[in-house]
Design a protein around this ligand. Sequence first.
Ligand code: NAP
Length: 305
Amino acid sequence: MFDFDGKTVLITGASYGLGDAFARAFAAAGASLVLTARTTELLEAVATSCREVGATVTAEPGDVTVEDDVRRVVARGIEEHGAIDVLVNNAGIADLRGLAAEVYDTETFEQVIQVDLVGAFRYAREVGYHMLERGSGSIVNICSIMASGGNDLNIPAYAAAKGGLLTLTRQLGVEWADRGVRVNSVSPGFIVTEMTRAPLEMMGMTSYIASRTPMRRVGEVHEIVAPVLFLASDLASYITGVDLLVDGGTNASRGYAQVMPIHYEWNKDTAPRVPGWYEGLTPRPAWLQALEAGIPGLHYPMPDA
Ligand code: NAP
């Protein structure tokens, strides 16, 4: 479906998790790769599997919080591949201790911001400079559903970092729009990776997340891969500054999709009728009359019966 033949894709956080899957997918689509993360052995293992399907791969370890590392990775990528056509800003950390904002420590807050926001900015700036010089390129930032609203999971630093990255995506998308460089983001819902495996699989959070996701399940890694390839590709040539939510409908529901939806109860014959709310309200609005009448088909005939 996607053709990245002749293109070079730089992926951060490529040693495991989503970054590993992105690397394999771009390799399968014909891309050359520049892969980076801190864990050398795991990074090499991903590079090896990508080479096995024919990709030319540069694996250069580095930390997104270290300026010199970022410059070195980008410089080596350009030197070995001639150009970088796509950047996937994927490296990220989350703090899943469940520490409430009022007692949250500054050190962790800054650490998460450094990796998830400033790290992504460093790569966008270094690769973006090179792309602007060439007049072409596509950047995909991996954001999160946590970027576009508050939540009850006690992750203030992560939410702030991803929210910042979402706005940075729009800002760079606009700043670079007329110079051939597109900048978009993909915001996944919950996906089982090393980042989330402990709470999702070991602490039983999967069913809780599924219960508040309209599709009633967490996402699969491959369901994040295709949207990233799409935004990175020329098929998305008129799309910039956009955040693509890949979240099973979570954001669309604005929280109003939690199991059990109230109509599950309503549709039982035991469902009570509303006992004369708002006594004295005249005239009684149609919605109140409807509630007082009960459930159509259960407490009174359907209108067309
Ligand atoms: P993961 O399994 O924990 O992988 C994170 C990747 O980032 C690893 O390759 C890690 O490699 C790298 N990384 C972490 N800190 C780094 C640093 N300082 N410098 C360089 N690389 C670093 O997480 P994931 O689930 O694949 O997450 C990938 C992205 O998707 C993140 O931005 C995350 O916030 C986002 N996301 C994930 C989910 C989800 O449910 N999984 C949902 C929404 C958004 P090293 O440790 O080897 O450096």
